[in-house]
Design a protein around this ligand. Structure first.
Ligand SMILES: Cc1cc2nc3c(=O)[nH]c(=O)nc-3n(C[C@H](O)[C@H](O)[C@H](O)COP(=O)(O)OP(=O)(O)OC[C@H]3O[C@@H](n4cnc5c(N)ncnc54)[C@H](O)[C@@H]3O)c2cc1C
Length: 464
């Protein structure tokens, strides 16, 4: 694909003036590596990749994109399944070299640069007995995950990632640098807590660290034949469970290696992946009803340092696999939905494919639906159906299964989906459904801060 006319050699030389990071053009050594993202189904060819060294570089790159009128994407961890960190022909404003993390243990806060990944944050905070709510894979970027909301092992106890967010430093579309918090640029702070990368490039996040050290965590698996029983139990159990007990329901294929017993290798199962904080003896007792449900095929629950839990799936899901997913928020699990889950869960099309129901209750419900841009505060789960396989030849098979599964379950959903689980091509109506009653206010904030829609390689909220 041809380089966009605006990004010829001369344009690249104009951006190079005063730029401290690295500029990579098509044809340069390292170009193919630099344009790769986590999902190997995405194959975009940017006209220029600006690997920013610091906030001043980000401001230069944003200024350049605006002045030259070129398409620009912002790249954090590169994990977005729809590949929204990269664009064809345009400029990638790549924050991945910006990964500094500073923990202030006296204040209990952590300052994170916009290109860091969660594993790096976890390792830094764990030394101080703290953690920030994050996702379930440690290689995911702090940038994209946080700006969409951030759902994971600590959600029931400490809420979404945005519920621990105290402030952001960001570069706006006009090239200016601002701080947004509860008492500075409040409208912007409201919008970035769920509104994604629509409002600017976040160069630094300031989070509250929450007391988390060793957790009681790991999976319990049951035979697929027990799916309906396990789902009904899980529905009731998680509604009544103490906030320290987090557990997401999953269909999966047991990986063929340690620490799983050989007799389970490659067996399709249903299960719950637990992660409990607080008093771990009490948490173990709280999990007893799950064990009594019928002895699990595997009870892998054990005490582990939180960073180990948060990186437990990394080896199964390295970068470079084919990914296609579909999602919804879910308020209830009627019998018909449970039956459909049992049917499609039994048809997992590959070893890596999966379906997760992440609880978003507990502390997530303490925040009002319009207190931040994340609208589905009173929903119960974020459901994500994920087709994954290493082989590009299986891309259509995993995509088809994902779509059929989603079509069957969507009628039982709450309507919208978690914005970070949308693919890149689901359309404006899906983005609107995701923000519900908050959409119009997001449009107003977008109009104020990015009226020309410079930041549009995202789940776009167009200005009015
Ligand atoms: C394997 C896997 C597991 C996941 N698990 C979870 C999970 O447990 N919980 C969860 O909530 N989500 C999860 N996600 C979804 C994840 O939150 C999104 O994919 C998110 O977009 C990834 O952020 P990133 O920075 O890595 O992505 P990128 O691809 O770099 O960027 C994605 C989008 O975020 C924006 N963005 C990124 N950084 C910045 C920044 N600094 N400033 C402004 N905008 C920025 C960009 O506009 C871009 O549109 C998972 C994704 C994968 C692939």
């Amino acid at each position: 694909m041809a380089t966009s006319p605006a990004l010829d050699q001369a344009a690249s030389e104009r951006l190079a003036v005063g730029f401290d990071g690295q500029l990579i053009s098509p044809g340069d050594g390292g170009y193919d590596e630099a344009r790769k993202v986590y999902n190997a189904m995405i194959d975009r060819r940017p006209g220029l990749i600006a690997r920013c060294a610091d906030a001043a570089d980000v401001a230069r790159a944003v200024d350049f994109a605006r002045r030259e009128g070129v398409l620009a994407s912002i790249r954090g961890g590169g994990h977005n399944a729809g590949g929204l960190g990269v664009c064809d022909d345009g400029l990638v404003i790549d924050l991945s070299p910006m990964r500094n993390i500073e923990v202030d243990s006296d204040r209990g806060t952590v300052r994170v640069q916009g290109g860091a990944t969660w594993g790096e944050v976890d390792r830094a905070t764990h030394e101080h007995g703290l953690a920030v709510p994050c996702g379930i894979i440690s290689t995911t970027g702090v940038g994209g995950l946080t700006l969409g909301g951030g759902i994971g092992h600590l959600s029931r106890r400490y809420g979404l990632a945005i519920d621990s967010l105290l402030a952001v430093d960001m570069v706006l579309a006009d090239g200016s640098t601002v701080t947004a918090s509860e008492d500075q640029n409040e409208d912007l702070f409201w919008a970035v807590r769920g509104g994604g990368g629509n409002f600017g490039a976040v160069t630094e996040f300031l989070f509250r660290g929450n007391p988390v050290d060793t957790v009681l965590a790991g999976p319990m698996f049951w035979p697929l034949e027990q799916t309906e029983e396990v789902l009904r139990f899980y529905d009731q159990f998680i509604a009544d469970a103490p906030r320290d007990v987090n557990g997401f329901f999953a269909f999966l294929t047991v990986p063929p290696g340690d620490p799983f017993p050989p007799e389970l290798h490659l067996r399709k199962v249903c299960g719950v992946v637990w992660s409990c904080t607080g008093d771990l003896e009490q948490a173990d007792e709280a999990l007893q009803p799950a064990r009594e449900l019928g002895p699990p095929l595997l009870d892998g629950v054990q005490q582990v340092p939180f960073p180990d839990m948060q990186s437990a799936f990394d080896a199964v899901y390295p970068p470079g696999l084919q990914w296609y997913w579909r999602a919804d928020f879910v308020d209830e699990l009627p019998d018909e939905a449970i039956a459909a889950h049992a049917q499609y869960g039994a048809e997992l099309p590959s070893m890596h494919s999966t379906m997760h129901l992440y609880p978003i209750d507990g502390a997530v419900h303490d925040v009002g639906a319009d207190d931040t841009a994340f609208a589905y505060r009173d929903s119960r789960w974020a459901e994500v159906i994920v087709g994954v396989d290493p082989d590009p030849a299986n891309a259509s098979a995993i995509t088809e299964w994902t779509k059929r599964y989603w079509d069957a379950l969507h009628p039982y959903s709450a309507g919208g989906a978690y914005v970070n689980f949308l693919m890149h091509d689901e359309g404006t109506d899906r983005v609107k459904a995701t923000y519900g009653g908050n959409y119009d206010r997001l449009v107003e904030v977008k109009q104020r801060y990015d009226p020309a829609n410079l930041f549009r390689v995202n789940q776009n909220i167009a200005p009015s």
